[in-house]
Design a protein around this ligand. Structure first.
Ligand code: PEP
Ligand code: MG
Length: 581
């Protein structure tokens, strides 16, 4: 039995057989070979190409039998097959082995990545999107050369607990909840996007386990405790019983909280709090309502770009928004324009790495440099605005010019729609995400151009403390309870109050019970959080008075160290929700 401690990112307990999966990318070291081995390596290349074509043909045949399979998938297979039959590609790889005495794996990876980045750099969207095909073919060949098959999570037929070195948001979003019962990864942090998706899916998850993948093997029995951040490999009988009991307690708590689903989120002294949900996909909208949410406070629309080979069209954007708005009826839906870059890439840019992506061409910056794409999304949002109560929100604003420019483009799009006679809501409100220190420090200026603020504490913490939110090596430094972050949050709330605009919190602090009293005490009355956490947060709200929250906030804001603040907040919430802590 081996016990590992990591970061709890999605609550619940699961016990099951483990499936260890590769990360999305293979990293191939450059290992030199003897000149005498070169022919053998070239032979390996030939058979890898042959086997890859065979595998593709089998996949194609399976797709043909599947009535639901789309023409797009067939087109992709056809492109891949053409690449695998391309003699010049094979020759290039063989030439590299000859010239530089490198392994077959290295040559494949190096040549295909070269070609891919060449394509990715093209201005034409159609050509640049072809980069993804070269990467897929690279993976297909490497799978043959490395001799082990990547596990395919879309075809699971038994329950598993997934263990990986690192999970991308795309991988996590494709998990089938019916079979994936728990998630554990070596890398990641509390607010990394894979963690956020796991929480939305309601799958217990623990990240930042450092070397778990070196300890477990597929088939081992594993316990994942998403409340305490613990993973146990091959537990003994007694431990299994103990965790089965924890799991039952957690489910009992969920049932108990279900009882307050219809009750309002109101404090003991009668102050009403609005609880909204964060979603990544339209099919999560129903869950937000089922858990007692009163609207969508953050729709992370960039997920529309993940999990698919081409960028979505205006109609595909529209359908996603229309589906969501129809589920919500008259309730608000805050659509955030795409936050691509950093850890979530478009098809086009997925393979053009930036040296420092968190500080790079991300989010609103990316949109402002790709106006066609930005306008496509804005058109779809505006078209959907007549269906219900739609609001739009711009992410990662760092200065007033960006906000003005984004709003100007929105107005351009409105004019285009006017000319085309297409209806939209002229009065659609426009919000700013405050998630950079510069935005927080200039909140009074931004407030003049914003109908509302939504504080993104995930990024605000990352940028204030200069700590990568997804890097397990610095995860102990990442905390929204740091006095620097809290002072910025307080400033934003005060500036929003002065300007008389709404302000909410949509970062993960909104779904962490220990922050609820503090945020209420600082003046927040709207929280947007992942659906499975809504009942717990509501329970905290219903158990406290604003009076107590104000006292707590005053005390906390006078404290100087993160450690002291965290310990204090945990202690306070433990009194309210002992089952969770
Ligand atoms: C945030 O940064 O707090 C936020 C809500 O946005 P995301 O997590 O998608 O970056
Ligand atoms: Mg953010």
């Amino acid at each position: 039995m081996e016990i590992k401690k990591g970061i709890a990112v999605s609550p619940g307990v699961s016990i099951g057989k483990c499936l260890v999966i590769d990360s999305e990318d293979y990293r191939i070291p450059r290992r030199p070979i003897e000149a005498s081995q070169r022919m053998a390596e070239i032979q390996r290349i030939r058979s890898a190409f042959r086997e890859a074509v065979r595998e593709l043909t089998a996949l194609e045949q399976a797709q043909e039998q599947d009535q639901t399979s789309s023409g797009r998938i067939k087109d992709i297979f056809a492109v891949h097959r053409r690449l695998l039959r391309d003699r010049s590609l094979r020759r290039k790889i063989a030439d590299l082995i000859h010239a530089e005495s490198v392994t077959a794996e290295y040559a494949v990876s190096s040549v295909l990545r070269d070609v891919a980045s060449h394509f990715a750099g093209a201005k034409d969207a159609y050509i640049s999107e072809r980069a993804a095909d070269f990467h897929d073919v690279e993976r297909r060949l490497l799978k043959q050369l490395l001799g082990h098959k990547r596990e395919d999570l879309s075809h699971l037929h038994e329950e598993v607990v997934v263990v990986a070195r690192e999970l991308s948001p795309t991988q996590t979003a494709s998990f089938n909840k019916e079979f994936v019962k728990g998630i554990a990864s070596d890398a990641g942090g509390r607010t990394s996007h894979a963690a956020i998706v796991a929480r939305s899916l309601g799958i217990p998850a623990v990240v930042a386990l450092e070397d778990l993948t070196e300890i477990v093997h597929s088939g081992d029995l594993v316990i994942i405790d998403g409340n305490r951040g613990i993973v146990i490999v091959n537990p003994d009988e007694e431990t299994i019983h103990q965790y089965e009991a924890y799991g039952r307690d957690f489910i009992a708590l969920e049932h108990k909280l279900d009882a307050i689903r219809e009750e309002p989120a109101v404090t003991r002294d009668g102050v009403r709090v609005t609880l909204l949900g964060n979603i990544e996909f339209p099919d999560e909208a129903r869950q937000v309502l089922d858990r007692g949410g009163e609207g969508i406070g953050l729709y992370r629309t960039e997920f529309l770009y993940l999990n698919r080979p081409t960028e979505p069209s205006e109609q595909e954007h529209y359908e996603a928004y229309a589906t969501t708005v129809r589920v919500l009826g008259k309730r608000p839906v805050v659509i955030r324009t795409v936050d691509l870059g950093a850890d979530k890439y478009t098809q086009r840019r997925r393979y053009v790495p930036e040296p420092n992506p968190m500080l790079g061409l991300r989010s609103i910056r990316y949109c402002l440099q790709n106006l066609t794409m930005f306008k496509t999304q804005l058109r779809a949002i505006l078209r959907a605005s007549v269906l219900g109560h739609v609001k739009v929100m711009f992410p990662l604003i760092t200065n007033i010019q960006e906000l003005m420019q984004a709003k100007m483009i929105l107005h351009d799009v409105m004019e285009d729609l006017d000319e085309e006679g297409i209806k939209y809501n002229r009065g659609m409100t426009v919000g700013t995400m405050v998630e950079t220190p510069s935005a927080a420090l200039t909140a009074s200026t931004l407030a003049r151009e914003s109908d509302f603020f939504s504080i993104g504490t995930n990024d605000l913490t990352q940028y204030t403390l200069a700590v990568d939110r997804g890097n397990e090596l610095v995860s102990t430094l990442y905390s929204a309870a740091d006095p620097a972050v809290l002072r910025l949050i307080r400033m934003v709330i005060q500036d929003a109050c002065k300007a008389q605009i709404d302000v909410s919190v949509c970062g993960e602090t909104a779904s962490e019970p220990e922050y609820v009293m503090l945020l209420l005490g600082m003046g927040i009355r709207t929280l947007s959080l992942s659906a499975p956490m809504i009942p717990e947060i509501k329970q905290v709200i219903r158990s406290v008075s604003i009076e107590d929250c104000n006292v707590l906030a005053r005390k906390v804001l006078a404290m100087n160290s993160e450690r002291q603040i965290s310990a204090y907040l945990r202690n306070e919430v433990r009194k309210i929700l002992p089952e969770v802590f």
